[in-house]
Design a protein around this ligand. Structure first.
Ligand SMILES: C[S@@+](CC[C@H](N)C(=O)[O-])C[C@H]1O[C@@H](n2cnc3c(N)ncnc32)[C@H](O)[C@@H]1O
Length: 232
């Protein structure tokens, strides 16, 4: 634990700092903070999140360095928190969100304490499918108040993503396109979990719809967009 962490981060577990420094470095190279924020802003609007009441209690799970928390704060959400396993990524968040070092399969927050939970690019990091996903979705449902909403944005094996995978295999393209190279490194370092996720889309979708009533369930340009409600 770093000095200064006591104010910035709350620890539910020790976390996994530098669990894969190469992956974390590629993640840093993949997008600038500004590019990331612009992408998140656009997404939140298209998912209808911009219309939520600003006093909603929001959790961003698998939040990484917290760029989405910045966007939520800019949009006027005041009650926001982030959870991630990596203290080194969490430390990069410069906003005022409450930050937890924790495993999203075991969320140490009380029942029904959130109105909205968002995950972007996190669920596909869960190692054991479908069990870990079931655990994580169960935890999300538990911390959501009745009628609360979830939004997930995760990889999906659309024709576009197949093309991207093909491009990742072409060295000259990777040399010419640093972003493609960073993506290829990330995919390579999470290969087993990532392709396991992509090969089980139907099962994942069925499980997710068992936990949450789907309001939006769409796949386009390599992403799965899901918005659901906790009923009752
Ligand atoms: C691709 S990053 C996504 C970060 C952020 N949501 C974004 O879109 O920029 C995946 C994140 O999941 C975190 N992570 C992986 N497994 C986790 C777990 N079981 N619990 C909490 N965080 C986890 C990693 O540390 C990493 O920051």
């Amino acid at each position: 634990m770093n000095s200064g962490d006591s104010e910035r981060l709350s620890y539910w577990t020790q976390g996994q700092d530098c669990c894969d420094p190469v992956w974390e470095a590629a993640y840093e190279r993949f997008e600038s903070r500004d590019e990331e924020r612009t992408k998140f802003r656009r997404r939140l609007k298209s998912l209808g999140i911009a219309a939520l009441p600003r006093n909603s209690r929001v959790a961003d799970l698998f939040c990484g360095r917290g760029s989405n928390l910045d966007v939520l704060a800019d949009m006027g959400f005041g009650d926001i928190c982030g959870v991630d396993l990596s203290p080194s990524l969490l430390r990069q968040h410069t906003g005022r969100a409450k930050l937890y070092v924790g495993d999203c399969r075991d969320i140490k927050l009380p029942d029904a304490c959130k109105d909205f939970v968002i995950v972007q690019g996190g669920l596909h990091h869960l190692p054991e499918l479908p069990d870990d996903l079931d655990k994580c979705l169960g935890e999300i449902r538990r911390i959501l108040a009745p009628g609360g909403l979830v939004a997930f944005v995760e990889p999906s094996l659309t024709p576009f993503l197949r093309l991207v995978h093909y491009a990742c295999g072409i060295r000259v393209l990777r040399r010419l396109m640093p972003k493609l190279d960073a993506l290829a490194v990330m995919i390579d370092h999470e290969r087993v979990g990532y392709f396991n996720w992509l090969s089980r889309q139907g099962e994942i979708c069925t499980l997710t719809c068992r936990h949450f009533n789907p309001l939006l369930n769409r796949r386009s340009f390599g992403k799965w967009y899901f918005v659901g409600r906790k009923e009752g």
